[in-house]
Design a protein around this ligand. Structure first.
Ligand SMILES: *Cc1c(COP(=O)(O)O)cnc(C)c1O
Length: 376
């Protein structure tokens, strides 16, 4: 091979790509699994749903197995019809994504650029900053709420509104947010939206919306009809437990969706993802079982952690952000050596915290046991 390296090709890449850093997906789980006996590793680093998908998903998967020589439906018509009925929106308001991650990136690609900036919150989801960099768009990170606020390090909607300037084109907020687990209420969001100019698009990432039961919270979905600049994204990866299939969607004004369709790869959702997402959507009872499963274990795990004297952020999601202080890195490494994988938060500038997915009873018990060993 001639002596060229990554820097050589980065030099050939477009300016926005040169400084780009890839999304950090956490530890290499495939490599870690090789070091442990099957099913020994406790994987609590990626907010996956241990309750699992609806049994109807398996049937849907088997049904497409005989059709794999065909292309999938490029329009995703059946899934869109099911989503439209479930969420009370029109089909032309729906945009399907290969996971919502794809859509979050493509909003940046379509609408942001060197003269069209992006605003997000400090400690907002990492993908928003990557979307800004990939688009070559200036990024403003509004200060988050203070650590001693009821929503520690959560989105400060006033600060986000104040950060919007004449060159802002796109705002990303997550409700609830990853990695903080914090959320904001419906009234606060309505007041925020009233301050945002029509030409500034607001993406509300609702990846964890199904898990929420805080009374002041409401999804932004019903606001889309009255606010052409509002985009709401959802995913099948979390509450529907289909992270492996890659399916997400956005709800927005039909005109905005039409522009995004110009950019969308026609077969971005494969046949299995389309069929399984539709099957999962149809099983409301299973969804609600999973939500209850998570809620009970999340509160029990948070109590068990607080009982051990660590600070646990409030959460309406399927994960907890936990402060371990100066010993964080050592604890994380010892846990990993004991087969418990959590998500380090150094990349977010939260090096004294770990993000812990709420597991099943066995996983949570093994986490707590390993933690007691690691802190001893
Ligand atoms: C997990 C997550 C997503 C969804 O990712 P998919 O690409 O749909 O799997 C989006 N936003 C946030 C904040 C998340 O945590």
């Amino acid at each position: 091979m001639p002596a060229v390296d990554e820097a050589f090709f980065a030099g050939l890449a477009q300016p926005a790509i040169r400084g780009l850093k890839a999304y950090d997906p956490g530890h290499d789980l495939v490599a870690l699994r090789r070091g442990f006996a099957p099913d020994v590793l406790v994987e609590l680093g990626s907010n996956e749903n241990p309750h699992g998908p609806s049994p109807r998903v398996r049937e849907a998967l088997l049904a497409v197995a005989g059709e794999l020589h065909r292309y999938p439906d490029p329009r995703g018509g059946d899934l869109k019809r099911a989503l439209a009925a479930k969420h009370g929106v029109a089909e032309p308001q729906l945009l399907l994504g290969n996971g919502s991650h794809e859509l979050l990136m493509q909003f940046g690609q379509a609408f942001a650029g060197p003269d069209a900036g992006i605003v997000m919150s400090q400690f907002g989801f990492a993908v928003y900053a990557i979307a800004a960099m990939a688009a070559g768009a200036p990024l403003v990170q509004a200060p988050c709420l203070p650590r001693d606020h009821p929503m520690p390090r959560g989105h400060d909607l006033d600060a986000i509104a104040a950060a919007i300037g004449p060159d802002t084109r796109l705002v990303y907020v997550a409700n609830p947010n990853n990695p903080t687990g914090t959320w904001f209420g419906a009234e606060a969001f309505a007041a925020f939206l009233a301050r945002v100019p029509r030409e500034v698009l607001v993406v509300v990432d609702e990846a964890y919306a199904e898990f929420v039961d805080a009374p002041e919270y409401a999804s932004a979905l019903p606001l889309v009809a009255a606010h052409p600049n509002l985009i709401v994204t959802r995913t099948f990866s979390k509450a529907y437990a289909l992270a492996g299939l890659r399916a997400g969607f956005a709800v927005a004004h039909p005109g905005l969706v039409a522009v995004m369709e110009r950019l969308r790869e026609s077969f971005n959702l494969n046949m299995a993802a389309l069929a399984c997402a539709e099957a999962a959507l149809g099983d409301e009872a299973h969804l609600h079982d999973g939500i209850r499963f998570n809620r009970e274990r999340r509160e029990a795990l948070a109590d068990a952690l607080r009982h051990r004297g660590v600070f646990v952020f409030p959460s309406q999601t399927n994960f907890l952000l936990v402060e371990f202080g100066e010993a964080t890195d050592a604890i994380e490494a010892r846990l990993r050596a004991a087969g418990v994988v959590l998500r380090p938060m150094g990349g977010y500038g939260l090096g004294d915290c770990l993000r812990i997915t709420v597991g099943d009873d066995d996983e949570n018990a093994r986490l707590l046991q390993a933690l007691d060993g690691a802190r001893a």
